[in-house]
Design a protein around this ligand. Sequence first.
Ligand SMILES: [Zn+2]
Length: 400
Amino acid sequence: MQDLLIRNIRPMGAEAQDILIRAGRIAAIGKGLAAEGATVEDGAGAIAIPTLADTHTHLDKTTWGMPWYPGRKGGSLQDLIDNERNSRIPLGLDVHRQSMRHAIQLVENGTGHIRSHVDIDTDHGLSLLEGKLATRTALADAVDMQIVAFPQSGLMKRPGTYELMDEALAMGADVVGGLDPSSMDRDPKGSLDAIFRLAEKHGKPIDIHLHEYGELGAFTLEEIIARTHALGMQGLVGVSHCFCLGMPDPLRVGPLMEEVAKADIRIFTTGHPSAEVPSLQDMRAAGIRVGLGCDGIRDTWGPWGQPDMLHRARIVGMKNRMRRDDELELLLDAASRGGVEAMGLEAMGLVPGAPGDLTLVAGETLAHAVVEEAPRPLVVKRGRVVARAGRIALPGVVMP
Ligand SMILES: [Zn+2]
């Protein structure tokens, strides 16, 4: 593989330098670097940051590029779940095509890592996973993708789902998903035992959607913490949303956050529009590894969102009442390096020896780059240019 020398860029907003990437890793950062035979790019003084990480999304759900979907419902979580499961086939929602549209735009906007849940249910079997596995293969040079086998319609309440989850993990799903063990499955012990059993059997990490509010969510979270310690799975368990950590009771939330940090449970947060969310600043101060995610984009659940992690960072920043530059820098870190770390992957930032993954961003400083809405000039994955001026630039990959 050819070396890549990017001249005149500002790593993390520092003064202009060059970066040399060799064999997929950052070999040197400094002024006036030279490398014979390297491909040379001019960064034009742009800021370079590690690639962004979408640590919580649903690539199998978006209707992006399809006719506008007017059938969104109000009502309960169960109504939304049933509406989606019953709509997929009538809508003609082809998961490979839709996940390509979604993931390519994430790459164009500087994303180098994606953790995407995929619905596993007894109506669709493993067909949605198959579509997404094809997308992962097609985009393997541009983005590292973790797939979570996600029992969106319930694990305990729909017999046959556990067996499908088992098959999905054997087929190539990377992470065991779960959904509201108490309020959806109505069986926290059964649901959590099943999730942790699958993780143990396949040697894979866990990522549980926990929408449960207040004391019920805290109860489920404590059960997750207890199992994490009992099975020695510290660092291998994630909880998505975890709205219970957003409840307005610092005497309850503070110690819970300390317990989450002790178990090294990762929290994935999305700036959800219809719930109180855990404070990003408080979670980081407690030592919790946190990732940010776009969640569903323009799907049968909701009309909102863009496939762009800087767009999502702005939503999370507003939701967390962030305004100071140091807060926006923390936000950017959670949207990039910190998110990769929360996914359990190597996350060194822009230093020699680190993976050669970076994106250029517009702005005078890191804080400015978070709020500036502008295309990413260049996106690099393992030392290879994969997008340029906000468009995919990978041979053989076209937007469907
Ligand atoms: Zn989700």
